[in-house]
Design a protein around this ligand. Sequence first.
Ligand SMILES: *Cc1c(COP(=O)(O)O)cnc(C)c1O
Length: 429
Amino acid sequence: MIKQDSIILKLIAKEKIRQEEGLELIASENFVSAQIAAATGSILTNKYAEGLPGKRYYGGCHIVDEVESLAIERAKALFNVDWVNVQPHSGSQANAALMMGVLKPGDKILGFNLAHGGHLTHGSPVNFSGKLYQSFFYGVNRETGRVEWEEVAQKARRLQPVMMICGASAYSRDWDYVRLRAIADEIGAFLWADIAHPAGLISQGLLNNPFPHCHFVTTTTHKTLRGPRGGMILMGKDFNNPFGKTNAKGMVQRMSTLLDAAVFPGTQGGPLVHSIAAKAIACYEAMTSNYKAYAIQVQKNATVMAQALMDKGYKIISDGTDNHLLLLDLSSKNISGKKAEAALQKAAITTNKNLIPFDRTTPQITSGIRLGTAAITTRGLVASDMLLVVEWIDRVLKNIENESKIKKVKEEVNKYMSHFPLTMVDHSN
Ligand SMILES: *Cc1c(COP(=O)(O)O)cnc(C)c1O
Protein backbone atom coordinates (compact mmCIF):
# COMPACT_ATOMS: atom_id res chain seq x y z
CA MET A 1 0.00 0.00 0.00
CA ILE A 2 1.50 3.29 -1.08
CA LYS A 3 1.08 6.10 1.43
CA GLN A 4 -1.01 9.01 0.21
CA ASP A 5 0.81 12.19 -0.70
CA SER A 6 -1.18 14.32 1.73
CA ILE A 7 0.76 17.44 0.88
CA ILE A 8 -0.26 17.49 -2.77
CA LEU A 9 -3.78 16.25 -2.07
CA LYS A 10 -4.27 19.10 0.40
CA LEU A 11 -2.97 21.60 -2.14
CA ILE A 12 -5.45 20.29 -4.72
CA ALA A 13 -8.25 20.67 -2.18
CA LYS A 14 -7.11 24.21 -1.43
CA GLU A 15 -6.94 25.10 -5.11
CA LYS A 16 -10.47 23.76 -5.56
CA ILE A 17 -11.69 26.17 -2.88
CA ARG A 18 -9.83 29.05 -4.57
CA GLN A 19 -11.50 28.21 -7.87
CA GLU A 20 -14.89 27.84 -6.22
CA GLU A 21 -14.82 31.05 -4.19
CA GLY A 22 -13.35 33.34 -6.81
CA LEU A 23 -14.49 35.10 -9.92
CA GLU A 24 -12.47 33.62 -12.79
CA LEU A 25 -11.99 36.19 -15.52
CA ILE A 26 -8.84 34.85 -17.17
CA ALA A 27 -9.96 34.61 -20.78
CA SER A 28 -8.11 31.36 -21.49
CA GLU A 29 -9.53 29.41 -18.56
CA ASN A 30 -12.68 27.37 -18.06
CA PHE A 31 -14.18 24.67 -15.82
CA VAL A 32 -14.47 21.14 -17.20
CA SER A 33 -17.33 18.76 -16.51
CA ALA A 34 -17.04 15.91 -14.00
CA GLN A 35 -16.68 13.35 -16.80
CA ILE A 36 -13.85 15.30 -18.45
CA ALA A 37 -12.07 15.59 -15.10
CA ALA A 38 -12.58 11.84 -14.57
CA ALA A 39 -11.13 10.95 -17.97
CA THR A 40 -8.17 13.28 -17.42
CA GLY A 41 -7.48 11.63 -14.07
CA SER A 42 -8.01 8.09 -15.38
CA ILE A 43 -5.77 5.04 -15.76
CA LEU A 44 -5.46 5.84 -19.46
CA THR A 45 -2.39 7.79 -18.38
CA ASN A 46 -0.69 4.41 -17.92
CA LYS A 47 -0.76 3.54 -21.62
CA TYR A 48 1.89 4.09 -24.27
CA ALA A 49 0.36 4.48 -27.72
CA GLU A 50 2.91 6.01 -30.08
CA GLY A 51 1.54 6.08 -33.62
CA LEU A 52 -2.07 6.38 -34.77
CA PRO A 53 -5.14 4.13 -34.27
CA GLY A 54 -4.44 0.80 -36.00
CA LYS A 55 -0.79 1.77 -36.60
CA ARG A 56 0.86 1.73 -33.17
CA TYR A 57 4.38 0.94 -32.05
CA TYR A 58 3.15 -0.78 -28.86
CA GLY A 59 0.92 -3.75 -28.05
CA GLY A 60 -2.32 -3.58 -26.08
CA CYS A 61 -3.60 -0.54 -27.95
CA HIS A 62 -6.88 -2.01 -29.23
CA ILE A 63 -8.95 -0.17 -26.60
CA VAL A 64 -7.14 3.16 -26.75
CA ASP A 65 -7.45 2.89 -30.54
CA GLU A 66 -11.20 3.14 -30.03
CA VAL A 67 -10.73 6.11 -27.73
CA GLU A 68 -8.60 8.06 -30.19
CA SER A 69 -10.77 7.11 -33.19
CA LEU A 70 -13.82 8.46 -31.36
CA ALA A 71 -11.98 11.69 -30.52
CA ILE A 72 -11.04 12.09 -34.20
CA GLU A 73 -14.53 11.34 -35.50
CA ARG A 74 -16.18 13.69 -33.02
CA ALA A 75 -13.75 16.55 -33.65
CA LYS A 76 -14.34 16.13 -37.41
CA ALA A 77 -18.10 16.18 -36.89
CA LEU A 78 -18.02 19.16 -34.51
CA PHE A 79 -16.04 21.38 -36.88
CA ASN A 80 -17.25 19.72 -40.11
CA VAL A 81 -13.73 19.05 -41.37
CA ASP A 82 -11.95 16.27 -43.25
CA TRP A 83 -8.91 15.74 -41.05
CA VAL A 84 -7.75 16.22 -37.48
CA ASN A 85 -4.85 15.15 -35.28
CA VAL A 86 -5.92 15.06 -31.63
CA GLN A 87 -2.53 14.23 -30.14
CA PRO A 88 -0.84 17.62 -29.53
CA HIS A 89 -0.21 17.98 -25.80
CA SER A 90 -1.06 21.70 -25.89
CA GLY A 91 -1.79 24.57 -28.23
CA SER A 92 1.90 25.38 -28.52
CA GLN A 93 2.68 21.75 -29.38
CA ALA A 94 0.05 21.81 -32.11
CA ASN A 95 1.65 24.96 -33.52
CA ALA A 96 5.16 23.50 -33.32
CA ALA A 97 4.08 20.40 -35.21
CA LEU A 98 2.23 22.41 -37.84
CA MET A 99 5.22 24.65 -38.52
CA MET A 100 7.55 21.68 -38.51
CA GLY A 101 5.31 19.95 -41.07
CA VAL A 102 4.80 22.89 -43.41
CA LEU A 103 7.88 25.09 -43.14
CA LYS A 104 11.63 24.76 -43.57
CA PRO A 105 13.95 26.51 -41.09
CA GLY A 106 14.56 30.06 -42.31
CA ASP A 107 11.21 30.36 -44.09
CA LYS A 108 9.41 33.67 -43.75
CA ILE A 109 6.25 33.82 -41.65
CA LEU A 110 3.89 36.75 -41.14
CA GLY A 111 1.85 36.73 -37.93
CA PHE A 112 -0.07 38.98 -35.56
CA ASN A 113 2.17 41.03 -33.25
CA LEU A 114 2.50 39.55 -29.76
CA ALA A 115 2.48 43.06 -28.29
CA HIS A 116 -0.91 43.66 -29.96
CA GLY A 117 -2.50 40.42 -28.74
CA GLY A 118 -0.78 37.70 -30.77
CA HIS A 119 0.75 34.49 -29.43
CA LEU A 120 4.36 33.56 -28.65
CA THR A 121 4.26 30.67 -31.10
CA HIS A 122 3.54 32.99 -34.04
CA GLY A 123 7.14 34.09 -34.39
CA SER A 124 8.21 35.70 -31.12
CA PRO A 125 12.01 35.91 -30.82
CA VAL A 126 11.88 34.22 -27.39
CA ASN A 127 10.00 31.24 -28.86
CA PHE A 128 11.16 28.42 -31.19
CA SER A 129 8.99 29.99 -33.90
CA GLY A 130 11.03 33.17 -33.89
CA LYS A 131 14.34 31.34 -33.70
CA LEU A 132 13.69 28.77 -36.45
CA TYR A 133 11.80 30.97 -38.88
CA GLN A 134 12.22 34.51 -40.15
CA SER A 135 9.28 36.18 -38.49
CA PHE A 136 7.43 39.37 -39.40
CA PHE A 137 4.33 40.92 -37.90
CA TYR A 138 1.25 42.97 -38.60
CA GLY A 139 -0.60 44.72 -35.78
CA VAL A 140 -3.75 46.67 -35.10
CA ASN A 141 -4.43 50.17 -36.31
CA ARG A 142 -3.74 52.74 -33.58
CA GLU A 143 -7.10 54.50 -34.03
CA THR A 144 -9.45 51.58 -34.56
CA GLY A 145 -7.72 48.99 -32.39
CA ARG A 146 -8.48 46.53 -35.21
CA VAL A 147 -6.42 44.68 -37.77
CA GLU A 148 -6.84 46.56 -41.04
CA TRP A 149 -6.78 44.08 -43.92
CA GLU A 150 -5.25 46.48 -46.44
CA GLU A 151 -2.26 46.96 -44.12
CA VAL A 152 -1.88 43.18 -43.87
CA ALA A 153 -2.06 42.92 -47.67
CA GLN A 154 0.66 45.54 -48.14
CA LYS A 155 2.98 43.83 -45.66
CA ALA A 156 2.32 40.43 -47.22
CA ARG A 157 3.09 41.71 -50.74
CA ARG A 158 6.31 43.33 -49.57
CA LEU A 159 7.55 40.44 -47.41
CA GLN A 160 6.32 37.44 -49.44
CA PRO A 161 6.01 35.05 -46.47
CA VAL A 162 5.65 31.30 -46.99
CA MET A 163 2.92 31.26 -44.36
CA MET A 164 0.50 33.86 -43.06
CA ILE A 165 -0.84 33.39 -39.54
CA CYS A 166 -4.07 34.75 -38.11
CA GLY A 167 -5.60 34.27 -34.69
CA ALA A 168 -4.70 35.72 -31.30
CA SER A 169 -4.72 35.52 -27.54
CA ALA A 170 -5.93 39.01 -26.71
CA TYR A 171 -7.88 40.32 -29.69
CA SER A 172 -11.59 40.88 -29.26
CA ARG A 173 -12.55 41.15 -32.93
CA ASP A 174 -13.38 38.55 -35.57
CA TRP A 175 -11.15 37.65 -38.50
CA ASP A 176 -11.92 38.10 -42.20
CA TYR A 177 -10.72 34.74 -43.46
CA VAL A 178 -12.06 35.37 -46.97
CA ARG A 179 -9.95 38.50 -47.28
CA LEU A 180 -6.90 36.87 -45.74
CA ARG A 181 -7.19 33.92 -48.11
CA ALA A 182 -7.36 36.27 -51.07
CA ILE A 183 -4.12 37.91 -49.87
CA ALA A 184 -2.49 34.51 -49.33
CA ASP A 185 -3.51 33.36 -52.82
CA GLU A 186 -2.17 36.57 -54.36
CA ILE A 187 1.32 35.92 -53.00
CA GLY A 188 1.16 32.11 -53.02
CA ALA A 189 1.35 31.73 -49.23
CA PHE A 190 -0.26 29.23 -46.89
CA LEU A 191 -2.89 30.58 -44.52
CA TRP A 192 -3.03 29.23 -40.97
CA ALA A 193 -5.65 30.18 -38.39
CA ASP A 194 -4.88 29.58 -34.72
CA ILE A 195 -8.32 29.49 -33.09
CA ALA A 196 -7.05 28.52 -29.61
CA HIS A 197 -9.30 31.09 -27.93
CA PRO A 198 -12.56 31.26 -29.91
CA ALA A 199 -12.73 27.58 -31.01
CA GLY A 200 -15.85 26.95 -28.94
CA LEU A 201 -17.68 29.95 -30.41
CA ILE A 202 -16.56 29.00 -33.93
CA SER A 203 -17.82 25.44 -33.42
CA GLN A 204 -21.31 26.87 -32.80
CA GLY A 205 -21.28 29.19 -35.81
CA LEU A 206 -21.09 32.32 -33.61
CA LEU A 207 -18.00 33.70 -35.37
CA ASN A 208 -16.65 33.48 -38.93
CA ASN A 209 -15.73 29.96 -40.01
CA PRO A 210 -12.01 29.62 -40.86
CA PHE A 211 -12.23 26.11 -42.31
CA PRO A 212 -13.39 26.81 -45.84
CA HIS A 213 -10.63 29.41 -46.26
CA CYS A 214 -7.56 28.48 -44.23
CA HIS A 215 -5.23 25.71 -45.29
CA PHE A 216 -4.55 24.81 -41.67
CA VAL A 217 -6.23 25.42 -38.34
CA THR A 218 -4.83 24.75 -34.88
CA THR A 219 -6.61 25.06 -31.57
CA THR A 220 -6.39 24.36 -27.89
CA THR A 221 -9.14 22.29 -26.31
CA HIS A 222 -9.22 23.95 -22.88
CA LYS A 223 -10.30 27.53 -23.54
CA THR A 224 -13.80 28.29 -24.86
CA LEU A 225 -14.07 24.68 -26.06
CA ARG A 226 -14.16 23.69 -22.36
CA GLY A 227 -12.24 20.45 -22.68
CA PRO A 228 -9.01 19.18 -21.13
CA ARG A 229 -5.70 21.05 -21.47
CA GLY A 230 -4.50 20.10 -24.96
CA GLY A 231 -4.31 20.91 -28.66
CA MET A 232 -5.49 19.77 -32.10
CA ILE A 233 -4.54 20.40 -35.74
CA LEU A 234 -7.33 20.40 -38.32
CA MET A 235 -7.89 20.80 -42.04
CA GLY A 236 -11.23 21.69 -43.66
CA LYS A 237 -13.10 19.90 -46.41
CA ASP A 238 -10.82 18.86 -49.23
CA PHE A 239 -12.93 20.41 -51.98
CA ASN A 240 -12.83 23.76 -50.17
CA ASN A 241 -9.15 23.60 -49.63
CA PRO A 242 -7.35 24.06 -52.92
CA PHE A 243 -3.63 24.21 -52.33
CA GLY A 244 -3.16 26.14 -55.52
CA LYS A 245 -5.78 26.19 -58.21
CA THR A 246 -4.95 22.86 -59.79
CA ASN A 247 -4.74 19.38 -58.41
CA ALA A 248 -6.78 20.26 -55.35
CA LYS A 249 -8.33 16.87 -54.88
CA GLY A 250 -6.58 14.67 -52.36
CA MET A 251 -4.39 17.50 -51.07
CA VAL A 252 -5.75 17.32 -47.53
CA GLN A 253 -4.94 13.63 -47.53
CA ARG A 254 -1.37 14.26 -48.68
CA MET A 255 -0.80 17.09 -46.21
CA SER A 256 -2.32 15.01 -43.41
CA THR A 257 0.41 12.39 -43.77
CA LEU A 258 2.99 15.14 -43.41
CA LEU A 259 1.27 16.68 -40.40
CA ASP A 260 0.65 13.38 -38.61
CA ALA A 261 4.38 12.70 -38.94
CA ALA A 262 5.19 16.20 -37.69
CA VAL A 263 3.26 15.48 -34.47
CA PHE A 264 4.78 12.02 -34.02
CA PRO A 265 7.68 11.37 -34.39
CA GLY A 266 8.40 14.99 -35.44
CA THR A 267 7.79 16.82 -32.18
CA GLN A 268 6.17 14.42 -29.69
CA GLY A 269 6.51 10.93 -28.29
CA GLY A 270 3.67 9.00 -26.67
CA PRO A 271 0.28 10.71 -26.81
CA LEU A 272 -1.60 11.58 -23.59
CA VAL A 273 -4.40 9.05 -24.05
CA HIS A 274 -6.20 10.28 -20.93
CA SER A 275 -6.32 13.77 -22.46
CA ILE A 276 -7.42 12.37 -25.81
CA ALA A 277 -10.32 10.59 -24.07
CA ALA A 278 -11.25 13.87 -22.42
CA LYS A 279 -11.02 15.66 -25.80
CA ALA A 280 -13.49 13.10 -27.17
CA ILE A 281 -15.87 13.94 -24.33
CA ALA A 282 -15.39 17.68 -24.87
CA CYS A 283 -16.35 17.32 -28.54
CA TYR A 284 -19.34 15.21 -27.54
CA GLU A 285 -20.45 17.85 -25.03
CA ALA A 286 -19.90 20.62 -27.58
CA MET A 287 -22.43 18.96 -29.90
CA THR A 288 -25.24 19.25 -27.30
CA SER A 289 -27.87 22.00 -27.18
CA ASN A 290 -26.64 22.72 -23.65
CA TYR A 291 -23.24 23.74 -25.01
CA LYS A 292 -24.79 25.82 -27.78
CA ALA A 293 -26.73 27.80 -25.17
CA TYR A 294 -23.52 28.14 -23.17
CA ALA A 295 -21.52 29.52 -26.10
CA ILE A 296 -24.25 32.03 -26.97
CA GLN A 297 -24.26 33.17 -23.32
CA VAL A 298 -20.45 33.51 -23.25
CA GLN A 299 -20.58 35.90 -26.20
CA LYS A 300 -23.53 37.83 -24.79
CA ASN A 301 -21.87 38.16 -21.38
CA ALA A 302 -18.72 39.57 -22.99
CA THR A 303 -20.73 42.13 -24.98
CA VAL A 304 -22.62 43.21 -21.87
CA MET A 305 -19.44 43.36 -19.78
CA ALA A 306 -17.68 45.53 -22.37
CA GLN A 307 -20.63 47.91 -22.60
CA ALA A 308 -20.96 48.16 -18.82
CA LEU A 309 -17.26 49.01 -18.51
CA MET A 310 -17.50 51.65 -21.23
CA ASP A 311 -20.61 53.08 -19.53
CA LYS A 312 -18.43 53.59 -16.45
CA GLY A 313 -15.85 55.46 -18.50
CA TYR A 314 -13.35 52.68 -19.16
CA LYS A 315 -11.56 52.36 -22.48
CA ILE A 316 -11.87 49.00 -24.23
CA ILE A 317 -9.47 48.36 -27.11
CA SER A 318 -11.51 48.54 -30.36
CA ASP A 319 -14.48 49.82 -28.29
CA GLY A 320 -16.06 46.43 -27.73
CA THR A 321 -15.88 42.75 -28.52
CA ASP A 322 -17.12 40.16 -31.01
CA ASN A 323 -16.02 37.17 -28.97
CA HIS A 324 -15.57 36.08 -25.34
CA LEU A 325 -12.85 38.51 -24.26
CA LEU A 326 -11.95 42.15 -24.01
CA LEU A 327 -8.86 44.20 -23.39
CA LEU A 328 -9.25 46.92 -20.79
CA ASP A 329 -6.96 49.91 -21.41
CA LEU A 330 -6.02 51.46 -18.04
CA SER A 331 -3.43 53.90 -19.37
CA SER A 332 -5.70 56.94 -18.93
CA LYS A 333 -6.49 55.85 -15.35
CA ASN A 334 -2.85 55.83 -14.36
CA ILE A 335 -3.06 52.26 -13.08
CA SER A 336 -0.69 49.63 -14.43
CA GLY A 337 -1.98 46.22 -15.43
CA LYS A 338 0.28 44.71 -12.82
CA LYS A 339 -1.21 46.82 -10.06
CA ALA A 340 -4.78 46.21 -11.25
CA GLU A 341 -4.23 42.45 -11.42
CA ALA A 342 -2.84 42.39 -7.87
CA ALA A 343 -5.64 44.53 -6.42
CA LEU A 344 -8.36 42.50 -8.17
CA GLN A 345 -6.78 39.30 -6.90
CA LYS A 346 -7.14 40.59 -3.35
CA ALA A 347 -10.86 40.76 -4.09
CA ALA A 348 -10.83 37.14 -5.38
CA ILE A 349 -11.23 38.42 -8.96
CA THR A 350 -8.66 36.66 -11.12
CA THR A 351 -7.48 38.41 -14.27
CA ASN A 352 -4.19 38.85 -16.09
CA LYS A 353 -2.21 41.95 -16.84
CA ASN A 354 -1.82 42.35 -20.57
CA LEU A 355 0.03 44.64 -22.95
CA ILE A 356 -2.27 46.90 -24.92
CA PRO A 357 -1.39 47.85 -28.51
CA PHE A 358 1.39 50.50 -28.56
CA ASP A 359 1.92 49.99 -24.82
CA ARG A 360 4.66 52.22 -23.38
CA THR A 361 5.42 49.82 -20.51
CA THR A 362 6.90 46.32 -20.39
CA PRO A 363 5.22 42.89 -20.40
CA GLN A 364 5.89 42.69 -16.64
CA ILE A 365 4.07 45.96 -15.96
CA THR A 366 1.63 46.56 -18.85
CA SER A 367 -1.14 49.13 -19.24
CA GLY A 368 -4.07 46.78 -19.48
CA ILE A 369 -5.86 43.73 -18.24
CA ARG A 370 -7.56 41.03 -20.25
CA LEU A 371 -11.02 39.86 -19.19
CA GLY A 372 -12.98 36.86 -20.48
CA THR A 373 -16.38 35.35 -19.83
CA ALA A 374 -15.85 31.65 -20.70
CA ALA A 375 -15.26 30.47 -17.13
CA ILE A 376 -17.84 32.57 -15.26
CA THR A 377 -20.48 31.62 -17.82
CA THR A 378 -19.76 27.97 -17.08
CA ARG A 379 -20.34 28.77 -13.40
CA GLY A 380 -23.80 29.98 -14.40
CA LEU A 381 -23.46 33.76 -14.50
CA VAL A 382 -25.78 35.51 -16.95
CA ALA A 383 -25.93 38.96 -18.54
CA SER A 384 -27.45 40.71 -15.50
CA ASP A 385 -24.57 39.37 -13.37
CA MET A 386 -22.10 41.17 -15.62
CA LEU A 387 -23.27 44.52 -14.22
CA LEU A 388 -22.41 43.28 -10.75
CA VAL A 389 -19.03 41.98 -11.93
CA VAL A 390 -18.23 45.35 -13.51
CA GLU A 391 -19.37 47.12 -10.34
CA TRP A 392 -16.89 45.01 -8.32
CA ILE A 393 -14.05 45.67 -10.78
CA ASP A 394 -14.80 49.39 -10.74
CA ARG A 395 -14.88 49.53 -6.92
CA VAL A 396 -11.52 47.78 -6.68
CA LEU A 397 -9.87 49.99 -9.30
CA LYS A 398 -11.32 53.17 -7.79
CA ASN A 399 -10.13 52.17 -4.30
CA ILE A 400 -6.88 50.58 -5.30
CA GLU A 401 -5.04 51.75 -2.16
CA ASN A 402 -7.92 51.05 0.22
CA GLU A 403 -7.44 47.58 1.70
CA SER A 404 -10.67 47.55 3.67
CA LYS A 405 -12.84 48.53 0.69
CA ILE A 406 -11.14 45.82 -1.40
CA LYS A 407 -11.72 43.30 1.39
CA LYS A 408 -15.40 44.21 1.36
CA VAL A 409 -15.55 43.39 -2.36
CA LYS A 410 -13.86 40.06 -1.69
CA GLU A 411 -16.50 39.15 0.87
CA GLU A 412 -19.25 39.99 -1.61
CA VAL A 413 -17.56 37.99 -4.40
CA ASN A 414 -17.06 34.94 -2.15
CA LYS A 415 -20.65 35.06 -0.94
CA TYR A 416 -22.05 35.49 -4.45
CA MET A 417 -19.97 32.69 -5.95
CA SER A 418 -21.07 30.30 -3.18
CA HIS A 419 -24.42 30.23 -5.02
CA PHE A 420 -22.66 28.71 -8.04
CA PRO A 421 -20.82 25.66 -6.67
CA LEU A 422 -18.16 24.12 -8.86
CA THR A 423 -19.32 20.61 -7.98
CA MET A 424 -22.64 21.33 -9.62
CA VAL A 425 -21.06 22.28 -12.89
CA ASP A 426 -22.37 19.46 -15.03
CA HIS A 427 -22.58 19.92 -18.77
CA SER A 428 -23.34 16.37 -19.72
CA ASN A 429 -26.83 16.69 -21.17
C1 LIG B 1 -3.37 29.75 -25.62
C2 LIG B 1 -2.87 29.88 -27.00
C3 LIG B 1 -1.95 28.96 -27.54
C4 LIG B 1 -1.17 27.98 -26.73
O1 LIG B 1 -1.78 27.13 -25.92
P1 LIG B 1 -0.99 26.35 -24.78
O2 LIG B 1 -1.89 25.18 -24.55
O3 LIG B 1 -0.87 27.28 -23.64
O4 LIG B 1 0.33 25.93 -25.33
C5 LIG B 1 -1.60 29.08 -28.88
N1 LIG B 1 -2.12 30.04 -29.64
C6 LIG B 1 -2.97 30.96 -29.15
C7 LIG B 1 -3.49 32.01 -30.06
C8 LIG B 1 -3.36 30.92 -27.81
O5 LIG B 1 -4.18 31.85 -27.33
